[in-house]
Design a protein around this ligand. Structure first.
Ligand code: PMP
Length: 391
């Protein structure tokens, strides 16, 4: 018989089919509500200003070449990514229990996580199964199927209340064999937009601990549920603190608007540092055979954006404290209007010296401050000292 005669024609992906149909439609009032990508008020893709800025920096930094990244990714990126989801003060990170690998966005994180579990999870019996929420992202069952893990479903959405079927979820957790793998959407559940409350998360964590279930957290929308990155990471951090065995798949497609750059990470939280190192060694072997090493461009953008974003936040905060709280004399608009790492405060050499001598704040006499030296812990002290120096 002819080659490929036995290959059945697969249906096109439903979401991408929808997009194609929308594009082909010539009706002038057409509306596309199918895309999972942010659009501005003119229905155009949106590049975050901080991403634009990061791209300019990359372009103007000759040292940022096109060499291969390490197998597990850009170290600055993986560290920042872990802190973003687990928290800057995460004890799991401090204890060296977190293994982070840069992945091909969230899809790649799901795949690598699933592949790792398929190879190394202590499955009870010979069945490899994952419990997915009903409903879930359409790609989940396919991703697990690719690595030989079958999908089961736990009740999640209740059409009667258009809310969470909490009782159904809980009874599934309770009736599943001990040590089952549950895929859990970390926040902003796709496709329902229904998340558990904190009390419900607490109850879910308790049962998972009790039953020794494994949490396969998928976090593709950190920041989209509440507008606050820390708030949206609450459940993940709570489960890590409680000691639930888990991994986290992290996507920067949506919250950084880097869809096509495929920026993501897989974080595996282990019971101890030694286990985390063994996990890392095996994830490296798997990653090497699949993609050798992850792409550098998006990870660099994301990394530089994080820095630039923090600087912008510090500018806003300093401006707010000076103008709204302390009513410091003078005009401080330049603090927020200037861009980049440095800011000319406009203070005199005498005032600058006074800041150093009286307040132990070190800056060049011309009044230039490096915004990178400011952070949430010291910004108030700096603002009040600056206020005192100019009065
Ligand atoms: N998980 C969920 C729940 C998603 O909705 C998505 C994006 N549609 C992803 C993972 C991964 O997307 P990406 O590979 O573009 O990061």
């Amino acid at each position: 018989s002819e080659l490929w005669q036995n290959v059945p024609l697969a249906p096109p992906d439903s979401i991408f089919k929808l997009t194609a149909a929308y594009k082909a439609d010539t009706f002038d009032k057409k509306v596309n509500l199918g895309v999972g990508a942010y659009r501005d008020d003119n229905d155009k893709p949106w590049i975050l200003p901080v991403v634009r800025k990061a791209e300019e920096i990359i372009l103007n930094t000759p040292a940022l070449d096109h060499e291969y990244l390490p197998i597990t990714g850009l170290p600055e990126f993986t560290i920042a990514a872990a802190k973003l989801i687990l928290g800057p003060d995460s004890s799991a990170i401090a204890e060296g229990r977190v293994t982070t690998v840069q992945t091909i966005s969230g899809t790649g994180a799901n795949h690598l996580g699933a592949l790792f579990l398929s190879r190394f999870y202590q499955w009870s019996g010979d069945k490899k199964e994952v419990y997915l929420s009903d409903p879930t992202w359409a790609n989940h069952p396919a991703i697990f199927n690719n690595v030989g893990i079958a999908s089961l479903y736990y009740p999640y959405y209740d059409p009667k209340t258009i809310g969470l079927n909490f009782d159904g979820f809980v009874s599934s957790l309770k009736s599943a064999p001990s040590g089952s793998v549950f895929l859990i959407h970390a926040c902003a559940h796709n496709p329902t937009g229904v998340d558990p409350t904190r009390d419900q998360w607490d109850a879910i964590a308790k049962i998972m601990l009790d039953k020794g279930h494994y949490g396969f957290f998928d976090c593709a929308y950190q920041g989209f549920a509440s507008g606050d990155l820390d708030n949206d990471a609450w459940a993940v951090r709570f489960f890590v603190d409680k000691g639930v065995n888990m991994l986290i798949c992290q996507s920067f497609a949506k919250n950084a608007g880097l869809y096509g750059e495929r920026v993501g990470a897989l974080h595996v939280v282990s019971p101890n540092k030694e286990a985390a190192e063994r996990v890392k060694s095996q994830l490296s072997v798997l990653q090497r055979s699949e993609i050798s090493n992850p792409p550098s461009y998006g990870a660099r953008i994301r990394d530089i954006s994080t820095m630039a974003g923090r600087i912008i936040d510090m500018r806003k905060e300093l401006f707010k404290i000076l103008t709204e709280e302390l009513h410091t004399p003078g005009n401080w608009d330049h603090i927020v209007n200037q861009i980049g790492m440095f800011s000319f405060t406009g203070i005199t050499p005498e005032q600058s010296k006074a800041l150093t001598e009286k307040a132990h704040i070190y800056l060049t006499v011309n009044g230039r401050i490096s915004m990178t030296g400011l952070n949430r812990n010291n910004i108030r002290y700096f603002a009040t000292s600056l206020d005192a120096a100019v009065r």
